[in-house]
Design a protein around this ligand. Sequence first.
Ligand SMILES: Nc1ncnc2c1ncn2[C@@H]1O[C@H](COP(=O)(O)OP(=O)(O)OP(=O)(O)O)[C@@H](O)[C@H]1O
Length: 303
Amino acid sequence: MRRWETDPILTVDHLTMRFGGLVAVNNVSFTVGRGDVTALIGPNGAGKTTAFNCITGFYKPTLGRLALAHEAPPSPAELQALTANGQAGAKTENGALYLLERLPDHKVSAQARVARTFQNIRLFSGMTVLENLMVAQHQKLIRSGMMAPSALFNLPSWRRQEKEGVERALHWLEKVDLMARADDPAGDLPYGDQRRLEIARAMCTEPVLLCLDEPAAGLNPKESAALNTLLLSIRADYGTSVLLIEHDMSVVMEISDHVIVLEYGSKISDGTPAEVRSDPAVIAAYLGVDEDAVEAVEAEVGL
Ligand SMILES: Nc1ncnc2c1ncn2[C@@H]1O[C@H](COP(=O)(O)OP(=O)(O)OP(=O)(O)O)[C@@H](O)[C@H]1O
């Protein structure tokens, strides 16, 4: 089932990002299936992080549309109407629809509910593991108006939200197997544990789309296997859509439903892991040889 064709949560159209004269992402279009694990791969400098930064609101794209549909895809007419009216979001027949390129980055996370982790870990290292998960939820409280001065006087409601926040944090601590370290400073955790804590922190904000920038980087094989299990559980148990940049092909091929390949800022392949793995353009990009040469060798060996 190709959910990215039948039920996309994110539709990227003609995404282009220029830095001065350099075109880091060049007219790239793809979709992310609802509930899928989607991997964005490609050689160094291919434009993966730049595309990611556009989706998560860190960069405003030079050109392109990034449509995120919370419940189900909008009709073409609804998408067209939102594009034309200049607003950043709308309620459609099928639920909330956002154009991410029009939202400031804090609204991409708080309203559109797109969460991310970074290539370099960005935890509050002096805070405890549990505190890191609580801080992450403040944005959620802001979204619900619970940080407004008037709400602070509405103690029962405030206490209920606070209690739910603690319960959610404990739930994720359990999920990432860090309950025993709840009161330790996050900076004291081994690297692999910090990576899982970052994912737990992102999940505490209850995202519809979780974006992970090289989650397996620097992990040993055991930690990498634990990460795969965690990501598969996020997909199966919470239905959260996951978009990840990853260089580790064992992670990509094992857990992805859909793989998109970039090279020199352009999309060169898009399909299931099996389709992408056998695509001559991808083999050429990774081996650094010309596509015709790969096809010739494949013909010779009968592939
Ligand atoms: N802020 C920036 N200003 C100028 N050029 C940039 C900026 N960010 C990225 N680039 C350039 O854009 C191109 C794409 O970079 P990007 O980091 O998106 O690639 P990548 O596929 O994520 O690479 P890697 O796998 O090495 O992280 C590179 O040539 C990079 O030097």
